[in-house]
Structure formats: structure tokens, C-alpha cells
Design a protein around this ligand. Sequence first.
Ligand code: NAP
Length: 314
Amino acid sequence: MKAIVVTDRAAGKAGMKLVARPDPDVARLASLEGANYGDVVVEVHASGFTGNELDWPSTWVDRLGRDRTPSIPGHEVAGVVTALSYGAAGLSVGQRVFGLTDWTRDGTLAEYAVVEARNLAPLPGDVDFTTGAGVAMAGLTAWQGLFEYGHLVAGQSVLVHGAAGAVGSVAAQLACEAGAYVIGTGRAVHRQTALDFGVQEFVDLENDTLEDVGRVDLVFDVFGGDIGNRSASLVRTGGTLVSVAGPPEARPIGGRALDFVVVSDRAQLGEIAQRVRHGRLRTHIGRVAGLDDAVAALNSTDHISGKTVIRIRP
Ligand SMILES: NC(=O)c1ccc[n+]([C@@H]2O[C@H](COP(=O)([O-])OP(=O)(O)OC[C@H]3O[C@@H](n4cnc5c(N)ncnc54)[C@H](OP(=O)(O)O)[C@@H]3O)[C@@H](O)[C@H]2O)c1
């Protein structure tokens, strides 16, 4: 199969190469000798890559900390199940699926990926593969940050940083739908995009004063650093700062501060898929490229807002 691999951590995305790799060993996977109980083989149709993935330690080592290069990056997937291992539950051969793959295993910038069944959910027939791959990470991250960790409920206010970006735009839409008052942030050029994703107010971090938003019940932070620190003081007593950019340095007085790493969740993917197919949730996909053009697309210096999705099959 064709796959994109990385071997040199220092080279970053410039070190990505399109190479030939062995297909998954389906016979071994299906046998009791395969040991990968619970895995399925996915014929990848679309793959999503997060911009800073090659900085994550999990790209380079397995769960025991051993070098696992050459590694295949890209951990968002939409495709079709072509084989099941012993113990793979809830999916069948020929089923359309989407989800997130394990950070410490080969990913989805390849014609096939071996994925734990529990990390995948059915992708409805009326949601295309590009959308499925483009919404998995952003959707789950936003869902978990707002509802699991942020405990957001109707009537509360939430400050969503990076509201025109992949994760922030989904967080803005989910929070609006949940009945929250949503204030988005970003650069000046993002104002209209963020408003189109449903934010009621927008703070242009280049020209406005963040502190003018007053107090909020929840901050959903994708930036960390100075913006994250200043945001802690905006959380009202009993509120929460949730970060997806690493552990918060500053803590709200009388509130909680936490960070998390997204995990795949079949039930949450189902909620996300239903919202997408009914037009209640849109993904911000900025660029789509084929596998042969993927290394160039992922290394492009053109600034394109939104997620890059690689169509592995046309
Ligand atoms: N912990 C987790 O589980 C988890 C999961 C998913 C993502 N993440 C992290 O979340 C972050 C966001 O991911 P994403 O996919 O949403 O990225 P993204 O699509 O690039 O979104 C970030 C948004 O914030 C804007 N922005 C960046 N720096 C800014 C600044 N200084 N001032 C104002 N706006 C700024 C970006 O604008 P420009 O495009 O113009 O730069 C973009 O609109 C990444 O660091 C990613 O690694 C973490």
C-alpha cells in the first residue's frame, strides 16, 4: 500500500515521504495468533492531520516508549471496514466508519489502517468521507471540552478561543446549540467566519481587549500561553477553564482549571454524525488534497484557515 511516513523528528513535516508499505496482514489479524484482538482493517478514504502532530511524542514512540519509526501520521479517519480481528465488536465488513486512531500506532495517511474497533463509529451514508475525517478530532475535542469537562449547560456563557479554527468552530456551534451564550475569539480576519459559526460576540485578539468580555462560566482554550493565563481571570466563581493546549499555568480564583487529551468515543461520534447529517454542525475544512499531493499540501506555506483533509481514494 502507499503510505506517508516520517522517520526524522528534527525534519518536521519536511521529512514526510510517500512510500510503499506492506498491506495489513489480514489473515494473521483474523486468526487467534494475531493478538490484535479488537482491531479492524479500514480501507482509508479520507485522513485528517493535525498541524502539530509531529511534535507529539506519541508520533515517535509506542506505549512502551520504544522507537516506532518509520511512523505513519494522521489520526483522523473515514473509510470502510475490510476485515475484522477476533473480538472486534459492533462493526461489520463493508461498513462505513469514522473516528480517531491511537496516537502511539500507525495512523491514516495510508491506503489502509489497522484501528481498534472501539475507536470507530458508523458513518451515515449521507455524510461524505471528507466531512467524516474532518469532523472526528474537532468534534470529539469540542464535545469533551464543553460537556464532559466543562459541564456546560443552557444559559451559561462560554468563551471559545480560536472560534474560526477547526476545533473552535465546532465548539462554538455545539455550545450555541446547547443554549449557551458564546463569545468567540481570533484574529481580525476571523470575525465573519466566527459569526457564521454562530458566536454571539467576537473578540479580535489583535485589536480588542480580552478582559472587556467580563466574566464567563467556561473558557475553552486552544492557545495556552499569555491568552490562557489572562483567560483564567475571566472565569466566574464556580466556573471552569478547559485547555486543550497543555496544563493551564494560571487558575481561576474560586474555579477549576484542567486540560485533557481527546479520546475516541463511539457514542459521542454518533451524536456528532447525527448533527452533521441534519445540517446542525459544519466542519471547517480549508483544503483537500489527494494522497500523491499530500506531502506538498501538508508542507505548503500558503496560509489556509481550517482543517486539511487528505482524500486517500477519490
Ligand atoms: N488536547 C487535545 O486533545 C487536542 C485535540 C485537538 C486539537 N488540539 C490542539 O488545539 C489547537 C487548535 O487546533 P485546531 O485544529 O483547531 O487548529 P486551527 O484550525 O489552526 O485553529 C486555531 C485557530 O486559532 C487562530 N489563532 C492561532 N493563533 C492565534 C492568535 N495568536 N491570535 C488569534 N487567533 C489565533 C488560528 O488562526 P490562523 O489559522 O490564522 O493561525 C485558527 O483560526 C492545536 O494546538 C491542537 O494541537 C488539542
